[in-house]
Design a protein around this ligand. Structure first.
Ligand code: SF4
Length: 101
């Protein structure tokens, strides 16, 4: 069973973390609105992360105001998967945390 499928039921905080594909994220903020644990924030993409994107992804992100989602409160994630469903760009997956609490 994949990590995402396993995560379809709520887990204790810190077992799973959301992973955001910044190459897909368009900063629409659906994850920020829907997450019951306030895991996400929307902000300007870090220069290092921007540098890793491909040319087309950079253009797309400039059009969308250089804003993407980050997960500063990832350790609070309950693996409810609502952010995965809500993201219109399918940019979020859940992965097992390397530092479970
Ligand atoms: S899986 Fe649920 S708790 Fe975890 S980041 Fe997504 S919406 Fe928040």
């Amino acid at each position: 069973m994949s990590a995402v499928a396993e995560a379809s039921c709520k887990q204790a905080p810190g077992q799973f973390v959301p992973v955001i594909n910044l190459g897909r994220c368009e900063g629409k903020g659906e994850c920020v609105s829907i997450c019951p644990e306030q895991v996400f924030e929307l902000r300007r993409i870090d220069p290092t992360d921007f540098g890793r994107l491909g040319a087309l992804q950079k253009i797309k992100l400039r059009i969308h105001g250089m804003k993407v989602a980050y997960s500063p409160n990832a350790q609070a994630c309950l693996a409810c998967a609502q952010c995965i469903t809500a993201c219109p760009e399918e940019a979020i997956t859940l992965a097992r945390s390397h530092h479970p609490s």
